[in-house]
Design a protein around this ligand. Structure first.
Ligand code: DGY
Length: 348
């Protein structure tokens, strides 16, 4: 699909993206916009090289693509100056390679913070109240009357939520769980957590002033402390060498037998094989997963586990957010091409 065929700058999007704002923005800036409408979901490096062709000023790409040396070299050869992932995470992008070839890299933080946190909160609720199991039970025609023991789950109020990685999304999730469900908080962040600290301090003063029952919070000195104490644990780190298999067999064994683990970050943060084993041996342990180690596949056994809720990487999938991500990605690319300020450049 081509928009503004006579535009001066050729910008390629490897996928159709929601809304038209991003297209209008590029067209207004004299770009010829080419959108790949190839049916296959994941494009190979060869597919993308063909899309780049001989002249390409910038590319908007997706987290399913492998943006390494080969692609950045091809883009630079075609005169490309900019690449933006339509995602906040950019573990699929070799930023050093891009820098080597003089290509600026962009990502799309901010617009997906609340949407992603809302999915983590939804999975937390769904897991604690066994909503998916109960839905399956109803549809299977098994409900034959109210029973005191039917699908008894946990009350979040008064339990402790553990947040690992208190950046934008982790902090938004923590706020939702504290304010919405009056959970106590324990969190761990290697880098900084001032955003969350400011909120919990102010919220504590508010609760005190309004005479409400206080909630407690703590910045943990180790990740293990969170694992041991929390009833619901949500993972929000970036994926890099240090967070690969952050949750492994040993760490799973430190969690409470009835804990809930939520992952809306990146699949490889959890050792999924170890997780399947843990789920098998601990039927009261539950997980809510939006991401998988070998996406789009699940490790053998995971799909059979009643104590797992699995959804297909949809944490940022609200209309407003996806349109916002597309617009930011377009801004990143055209901004670099035309020398305007860009939204976000990890290698700026
Ligand atoms: C991201 O942006 O990194 C998400 O995984 C997709 O929205």
């Amino acid at each position: 699909e081509v928009w503004n065929p006579n535009g001066k700058y050729r910008v390629v999007s490897t996928k159709p993206m929601p809304g038209t704002r991003w297209i209008n923005l590029l067209v207004q800036q004299d770009c010829r916009v080419e959108i790949c409408t190839e049916k296959k979901t994941i494009l190979s490096v060869e597919d993308i090289i063909a899309l780049i062709g001989n002249k390409c000023d910038g590319v908007i790409g997706q987290l399913t693509e492998d943006w390494g040396d080969t692609l950045f070299s091809a883009l630079a050869k075609a005169g490309g100056k900019a690449f933006s992932n339509m995602a906040v995470g950019y573990n699929n992008v070799d930023v050093d390679a891009a820098t080597k070839y003089g290509v600026a890299v962009g990502n799309t933080p901010g617009v997906l913070t609340e949407t992603t946190a809302e999915l983590a909160a939804s999975l937390s609720l769904a897991a604690s109240r066994r909503i998916v199991e109960a839905d399956e039970f109803m549809r299977a025609g098994l409900y034959d009357g109210w029973l005191p023991h039917l699908f008894v789950g946990n009350l979040l109020k008064g339990q402790t939520v553990g947040v690992i990685g208190a950046g934008r999304i982790g902090s938004a999730y923590a706020r939702m769980m504290i304010e919405g469900f009056k959970m106590n908080l324990i969190y761990y962040d290697l880098y900084q957590a001032t955003r969350l600290e400011k909120f919990v301090t102010a919220y504590g003063q508010f609760l005190k002033a309004s005479g409400e029952q206080p909630v407690t919070w703590k910045r943990a000195s180790s990740m293990d402390e969170v694992l041991q104490v929390a009833d619901v644990i949500s993972l929000h780190p970036i994926l890099d060498k240090t967070t690969y298999h952050l949750i492994n067999k040993e760490r799973l064994s430190k969690m409470k037998k009835e804990a809930i683990l939520i992952n809306c970050s990146r699949g490889p943060v959890v050792d999924e094989e170890a997780l399947v084993e843990h789920l098998k041996h601990n039927p009261m342990f539950r997980v809510g997963l939006d991401v998988f180690e070998d996406e789009p596949y699940m490790k053998p056994g995971l799909a059979d586990m009643k104590n797992a809720i699995v959804v297909p990487h949809i944490a940022s999938a609200s209309k407003w957010t996806r349109e916002g991500m597309a617009t930011l990605a377009a801004l990143n690319v055209v901004g670099k091409i035309k020398g305007f300020p860009t939204w976000s450049n990890p290698n700026a």
